[in-house]
Structure formats: structure tokens, C-alpha cells
Design a protein. Sequence first.
Length: 225
Amino acid sequence: MYFVTGTDTDCGKSFISAALLSAVTNQRPAACTLGIKPVASGCRVTESGLRNPDAELLMAHSSDKLDYHSVNPIAFEPAIAPHIAAANVGVDLSPEAIMAKLDLARMKAADFCLIEGAGGWRLPLGNGRFMPEMVQALELPVVLVVGMKLGCLNHAMLTQEAIKADGLRIAGWVANRIDPEMACYEENLATLMSVMDAPFLGAVPYMSSARPADAAGFIKLSPLF
């Protein structure tokens, strides 16, 4: 199992997570793959309950077809910080409460399981608790998605420092180009490759169609297996 985090909100964590799942399916057709989004804000109201597009994207690219609430057990309608949304409706968002809602046995049984975080690494859960506490409790290696845009060098290095300071290992990082107009893209990528202390899983170019299956071709899986 791996925990997927990013340099910031909207860096493409879900897109890259789906691309990773797709890449595993392409290279290992018999593998059982599973993507989980424990906490999600910005969900739409449906007849079946709240639904989050990131969780649905993970479901679409997982071979193990869990029901929605097993994939995204904690969902909030407002597109705001999860701990604020949780406080507004009286939901316990502690690391222990989140883990209690996960089907850990099913997740550990998968050949390849990704647990996608929300926002960046130091996500507040309220009451002085933070999402990395869950990652530490589960002893998960981390996949870092770097949203390639102005400022990403600082965000990537600070995130790397924070993950390592929390005693966790970065299993690999992906450069995901989210700004097609980013100046000096190649130079920034080269800088990242010189300062990131983890395996490089690939650079995904800007894609207007945003199809994870297409992005899968730019990702190297070998460091994760």
C-alpha cells in the first residue's frame, strides 16, 4: 500500500493515482488494484448520497470494485478544508476515526493499493491532529505528486523535508505538468531531479483531455515493485 500526497491542492493527485492504477493494469493485467480516497470535500449531492469525482476516478481505474462508501467513507459537500467541514456537521475526523472506516483487510490483500490524501501533506484534521499521523500509524511509503507550476520547487522540497521529518519514506515522485504555460519547464524539472531524494517515477505532460490511461505511459512502476 502507498499513500499519495501532493505539493498542494489541485496538483493532480487523483489524476496521477488513476494513471498509476492504469499503468499497473496495463503491465500486470491479473493484478488486483485498488484506489481509496478516505476523506473528500467538494462532493455533489445524488440520490445515492454524496459523491466525489476524485473517488469516482479511482473507482473507475481499480480492478477491485468496492462500493462507493468503502472507497470514500468520509465525504463532505462544501469544497472547504475537511476539518472545517467536519466540525460544521459534528464528524470525528481523527486519524483513528478515519482508519476505523477503512476496509484494511481488503486493502492489504490487493496487489497494488493507493490511499489518496486530501490537499497537501500537512492536512489538518482538527483538534491538533494531522493526516500524516494516519500514514505513520499504517507505516505507509509515500508517493509524492509535484504539480509543475511556478513555485513548485519550494513546495516540493518543503514537502519532501516534512515527509522525511515525520519518519516516512518517499517511494517515488511524479512530475505532473498542470500549467501548460510554465516558463522554463525543462530547467525546473532538471532542478527537481537534482534535489529530490527519492526515485523518479516519471514526468506527465500537460494533457487537456486529462485521460489517466494516456498518462500511464509516462510512468515507471519499477521503483514501486
